[in-house]
Design a protein around this ligand. Sequence first.
Ligand code: GDP
Length: 363
Amino acid sequence: MEAGIVGLPNVGKSTLFNALTCSQAAQSENYPFCTIEPNEGIVSVPDPRLDRITKYIVPKKTIPAILKLVDIAGIVKGASEGEGLGNKFLSHIRQVDAIIQVVRCFEDPDVIHVSGQVDPIADIEIIETELMLADIQTLENAIGKAEKTARSGDKDAKVRVEVIKKCNEHLAADQPLRTLELNEIERAAVSSYGLMTAKSILYVANVGENDLEGKDPLVTKVREYADKAGASVVCVCAKLESELAELDEADRAEMLSEVGLDEPALHSIARGAYKTLGLESYFTAGEKEVRAWTIPAGATAPQAAGVIHTDFERGFIRCEVYTLEDLEEHKTEKDIRQAGKLRVEGKSYVMKDGDICHFLFNV
Ligand code: GDP
C-alpha cells in the first residue's frame, strides 16, 4: 500500500516528506522486500497495542506496520495540460493507493506563495481541478474503445461504457469520483484506469509554529471542506517536525513537552493515512518478534497469511486466534488456550482489527 504526497510548490511538502522519512530510515532493514526509490520512504505506523502485547510476550524485536510514502513533485495549475512536470506527475499519482495533500496554513513573508496569498481551500481546488481534468481525459480516451468492444456484444464492455458515462456526468458536475457511489462490479469495470479523483485523500494542514493545535480560521476552513468531502485532516507544523526528526529520542521528548505535544504529529499522519487507505492490523506474537501486519479491512484469514508470505496463503490450513483482551486477562498464550479462548478459524474467517494469530499451513 502506498500513499503519494502532493501539494503546490512552497507548501512545505519536501520539508514534511524528509521529516517523515528521515526519522524512520533506519528501520528499512526489517522490510527486505520493499524496494525504495529515491523519492520514496517508508514510515512506521505507531500502534499502542504493540506495547500492550509486549508487556506479556517479551520479544527480541518489535516491528510496527509500515506505509510507503511517495513524494510526488511538480503539480502546478495546468498540470493536466502538461504544465510543469504535468504528465509525469499524473502518472505517479495513478500508481498510488491514496493521496496525501499538504496545504499551506502558515504565514511567512519569507516564503513566497505561488498564488500570492495563503489560501488552503484554493490550493485544494487547484489540485482537485487538475486531477478532475486528467480523469476526464482518461475517460474520453477510454470510451471509444469500450463502445467498440460493447458493439461486438461483450457484456463487460457494456457495463464499462455505462460506468464511464456515469463517471463523466459526475465529473462534469464538478464532483470528484470519490463521492460517486459505485457498486463492486461498476468499480471493477473502471479500476484499470487509475482514476485519480476516485482515490481517498487525507489533507495535511501545515500550520505555523505558533498554531500547533490548528486554531487558525484557515485550518477550520480545511476541516469544514474535508468534512463535506468525506476526507480527514491532520495538523502538522512541518518545520517543527523536521527539527524533531533530527533529534535523538531523549531530546525529542524534551522538545515535545516544551511545545506541549504528546507525540510527533508525524504519528498522526501515519495513522491518518492508514485509516484513509482503509487498512487494519493483525499481530503475530512470539519470543522472537512481535509484529503488526497490514491488511485491507475485510481480508480473510488466508489473505492475511499471504501478507507474511505468498506460500502461506496458498498452503493455508487454519489459524489460531485470540484477542488482546484475552492476553490481558490470562497473561500467557498457554493460559488462553487452557481457558478455551484460543479460537480455531478456517479459510472463510474474516480478520478483525487487532487479532493476534498463528497460521498453520502446508508448504
Ligand atoms: P515544497 O515546495 O512544498 O516542497 O516546500 P518546502 O518543503 O521546500 O518548503 C518551502 C519553504 O517553506 C522552505 O523554506 C521551508 O523551510 C518553509 N516551510 C515549510 N514548512 C514550514 C512551516 O511549517 N513554517 C514555516 N514558517 N516555514 C515552513
